[in-house]
Ligand binder design. Sequence first.
Ligand code: TYD
Length: 207
Amino acid sequence: MRGKFIVIEGLDGSGKGTQAALLIKYLASKGRKVFQTAEPTESVTGGLIRDVLSGARQRTSSELAALFMADRVAHNVNPVNGIEKTLEAGIDVICDRYYYSSIAYQAVGEDKQWVVDMNINCPSIRKPDVCIFFDVDPESCRKRLESGRVYLEIFERDIEQVQAIRARYHEAFDLLKDSDNIVVVDAARAPQEVAADVEKIVDKLFE
Ligand code: TYD
């Protein structure tokens, strides 16, 4: 049987990392084999992307969107440890960020339509079995980040920008509600409460 493809999304500081770790433990306790991955990936393209995210290198938003796209296609089709290959081997894939992030972060202004279209219509980009969005208001995300991070990435510095990103996430979910299985979870609660919701969502995939 194919593995399940689970995407987790949320603003920086929404608790994705904590929830991914809890979910992996949960799936392992059920005897599932799990592969944890993330975008941007560790590929050369991922490195080019990180140079932009850290502010070390300037690129336009459309260049960045194209880099994320290239990274995502490779992430799907990589014959060694790509998403396709892993699912075929019966291993569940938990991916921290996916095309929903590109829509929330790069589908802006005149780039809006093509960024959405290329991510949604690309035959090499598999739709996940579920996308779980950890929804927290930007102020709380910022507080969580400030207590734990040495530096903030370019998208985390301006609260109004983060609010716009959250709004675009919700727009994307509305747009994709018939084609994608998306569940929005209130992530402003205690981690164990959030995790209990996540377990229920994931259990449904195995019914
Ligand atoms: P990173 O620190 O690698 O992961 P996270 O903060 O999720 O733990 O940051 C990834 C950054 O990349 C984050 O600010 C969102 C951004 N991003 C995009 O702008 N577009 C995309 O398509 C993806 C996958 C991420």
